[in-house]
Design a protein around this ligand. Structure first.
Ligand SMILES: [Ca+2]
Length: 412
């Protein structure tokens, strides 16, 4: 009897384990499943408890028998030394040994069964907790938790002009784009709609990607602006080609002390892929972060500034070298960017926790490969957060008119 109980108990464990593995962790069906099978499991456990009690009773009986037999053997030895009694006594002692073996075996089975029972009870408690959690969760209707706003437009400013006031995910379709695509729109209190094309905030996304990935975009868009991404060169091209109002690229930067600075570039555009997504802009509009796109005189060589300016540079990735350097800047720095020979600004660089890093930290090539804006912090300081976003020039000025009042822009 006992071995079959063990077998049943092992089978029960297997049922629990396999059911858990098969259904976890996706659907509300798991809770239903558990509730359906819990009564059966409870019943099986009750059977097992009864069996255990039965075995324990048998053991007690056997122990009592052994005591009686031991007593009678001793009594027999004492009362009669005759050979017959000795023989009988020897037989009885053999019986005693046999019974003791049985007791030992049964005690071991009881011990094993108790372990299985305890383990099953633990497992059931866990499953009950899990099923309660799922039950609570499933009381709300299952739905996609990412909210995409209903308004659409040619860009985020168009979306804001149509009445959208919440920052979040929107589908937009610039005139040049063959189909709509998803973007994060940052809409502020002045109803300015910035179309965000790049976001760094915590190093959660690796920006060491190839040409196709930079072309199509990578990372994650989130409705609450909590994730990192590159929107994609092709989409940036569609957003900036043939704009009737000049497009401003705003760059927002945050350092590891929490200081914030920005830089604005007017008439920003990316050429099509056939021209390697070349970066062009009309002029530096201003900002307190300085004009790092214009290049920087590092003091290494008189040509430093000329060879680190970014206006007019084609895009390069580790697998597509379009730079002005004998080597491959994008490969050496592990990023995609408008590389010259190589850079004074480098916002797709490697993420360094804490900001400061050294040539040794930079790995194999030892060049400055962090998130760099050299007119603010030097090239061995990697910024904490960056945002690159687009807005029509006519809407940029809202900040500057704060004192003049919001009304001036509220109606546009
Ligand atoms: Ca090269």
């Amino acid at each position: 009897m006992a071995p079959s109980v063990v077998h049943a108990a092992v089978g029960l464990l297997f049922l629990l384990a396999s059911a858990h593995g098969k259904y976890c962790p996706t659907t509300c069906g798991v809770a239903d499943y558990l509730f359906r099978y819990l009564p059966d499991i409870d019943r099986d456990l009750t059977y097992m408890e009864n069996d255990l009690e039965h075995i324990a009773n048998m053991t007690v009986d056997t122990e009592e028998k052994v005591v009686i037999m031991k007593d009678s053997a001793t009594a027999a030895q004492k009362s009669s030394p005759s050979e017959n009694y000795i023989k009988k006594s020897a037989n009885m002692l053999e019986d005693v040994i046999r019974y003791e073996k049985t007791i030992f075996a049964q005690e071991k089975q009881i011990f094993d069964l108790q372990n299985i029972l305890a383990s099953n009870q633990r497992r059931m408690a866990e499953l009950e907790t899990m099923s309660n959690q799922l039950k609570m969760k499933c009381q709300e209707p299952c739905q996609d938790s990412v909210v995409i706003q209903p308004t659409t437009g040619t860009d985020c400013q168009d979306v804001a002009n149509k009445g959208a006031t919440t920052s979040g995910l929107y589908y937009i379709k610039p005139a040049a784009a063959p189909e709509p695509f998803l973007v994060y729109c940052e809409i502020d209190e002045y109803r300015r709609g910035f179309t965000v094309i790049q976001r760094r905030r915590d190093g959660s996304v690796d920006f060491n990607k190839n040409w196709v990935q930079y072309k199509n975009g990578f990372g994650y868009l989130s409705p609450d602006d909590t994730t990192e991404f590159w929107l994609g060169n092709e989409k940036i091209h569609w957003l900036t080609v043939g704009a009737t109002i000049p497009t401003v690229l705003r760059i927002d930067l945050v350092d590891w002390q929490g200081n914030k600075k920005h830089a604005d570039y007017n008439m920003f555009a990316l050429s099509p892929e056939i021209d390697m997504f070349r970066l062009t802009y009309g002029f530096y509009l201003g900002g307190d972060a300085g004009d790092a796109f214009a290049g920087f005189d590092f003091g290494d060589d008189p040509s430093d500034k000329f060879y680190t300016m970014h206006n007019g540079q084609q895009f390069s990735t580790p697998d597509k070298d379009n730079d002005k350097y004998d080597g491959n800047c994008a490969q050496q720095d592990g990023s995609g960017w408008w590389m010259n020979r190589c850079h004074a600004a480098h916002l797709n660089g490697k993420y360094y926790q804490g900001g400061r890093y050294t040539a040794k930290d930079a790995g194999e090539y030892g060049f400055d490969n962090g998130i760099i804006w050299v007119t603010w912090h030097d090239r061995w300081y990697s910024l904490k957060e960056t945002t690159m976003k687009l807005i029509p020039l006519t809407r940029l000025a809202a900040e500057g008119t704060q004192q003049g009042g919001m009304k001036q822009f509220g109606g546009l």
